[in-house]
Design a protein around this ligand. Structure first.
Ligand SMILES: Cc1ncc(C[n+]2csc(CCOP(=O)(O)OP(=O)(O)O)c2C)c(N)n1
Ligand SMILES: [Mg+2]
Length: 288
């Protein structure tokens, strides 16, 4: 048995006071605790990977194996880990700038390949660590440091993109609904295949959307999770712009079972168990 506190670290928390990234952190620790205690995953097999940004600072605050990667590259980093050892449980964390701007190509290919991993996006609709520039999900009209006259581009819809790219688990949660979020994260990690979880996370300093979300989200229930066309339809109920009468679905949009990349590779033999006698010095000398 593990306690939620077993996932704490001694690092100083440098998010802003009251930052809603803390809600994601607690939800993740809660999900890990439940999954370990139910025998679904092993604590020593968990690996988290992060991009760069406020979201990525979660690296310091969860006591599990972790790899701090570079901006937008958390999915290929996770893929490398899964190929080296498919038995590991890999959960990636990035911001909307990280995953939807710099790293957008990786999201498409990660989903398409159905890597057995979970991608959690802290979507605060802003580049927060760099103090407030427009991202692909910033709503039109919102004034940022890089768009002082208001953001002018049509926002992308990451849920639609994840669905059409082939993600086999697609969900959205919000930091305003922590228990629901923890449940979604738990289901996402449990799922075999590419799990995509978008978390709407108001940024108190640079994109405070609390009022835009409060009372405007509704929890999906009774939707047929294997109905792809229905998932596409629900995904279009909100296009990331600001409406007084917005109805923002949260919960699981879609879930299906398909062969994972790792399963396809293993079909050719237990590639990751092959002992290779590699002398690193010799190998490196070859490049001199
Ligand atoms: C290749 C590269 N480009 C730009 C940066 C600068 N940079 C660091 S954090 C960041 C913003 C990250 O925003 P987001 O991914 O939305 O995360 P948030 O801080 O909002 O959680 C940027 C642009 C960088 N570190 N590396
Ligand atoms: Mg952001």
């Amino acid at each position: 048995m593990v306690e939620i506190s077993d996932f704490n670290t001694k690092e100083q928390n440098t998010w802003c006071p009251g930052c809603l990234n803390n809600v994601i952190l607690n939800s993740v620790k809660k999900a890990f605790t439940n999954l370990v205690n139910n025998g679904i995953i092993k604590k020593e097999n968990i690996v988290i990977t992060t991009g760069i940004g406020c979201a990525a600072k979660i690296f310091d605050y969860v006591n599990v194996n972790a790899l701090y990667s570079i901006h937008g590259r958390t999915i290929p980093t996770s893929l490398g880990i899964k190929i080296a050892n498919p038995e590991l449980t890999v959960v990636a964390f990035g911001g909307d700038g990280d995953v939807y701007a710099e790293g957008i190509g990786h999201l498409i290919h990660g989903a398409r390949k159905n890597i057995d991993m979970t991608m959690i996006v802290h979507d605060n609709q802003i580049f927060a660590l760099t103090t407030g520039q427009v991202t692909p999900t910033t709503e039109p009209g919102y004034s940022t440091k890089s768009t002082p006259f208001g953001a002018y581009d049509r926002p992308m819809n990451p849920i639609l993109l994840a669905l059409s790219s082939g993600a086999t688990f697609v969900a959205r949660g919000t930091t305003l609904n922590p228990d629901h979020l923890a449940k979604i994260i738990e289901e996402a990690i449990k799922h075999k295949g590419f799990s995509f979880v978008e978390v709407l996370q108001p940024c108190l300093a640079f994109h405070n959307s609390i009022k835009d979300l409060q009372g405007k989200t509704y929890i999906l229930d009774n939707n047929n999770l294997s109905d792809f066309n229905n998932a596409l339809k629900i995904a279009q109920e909100w296009d990331y712009t600001k409406y007084e009468d917005a109805k923002i679905p949260i919960g699981i949009f879609y879930k299906t079972e398909k062969k994972t990349l790792e399963e396809k590779l293993i079909a050719h033999g237990p590639f990751y168990k092959i002992k290779r006698n590699i002398n690193i010095d010799e190998l490196l000398n070859g490049f001199k």
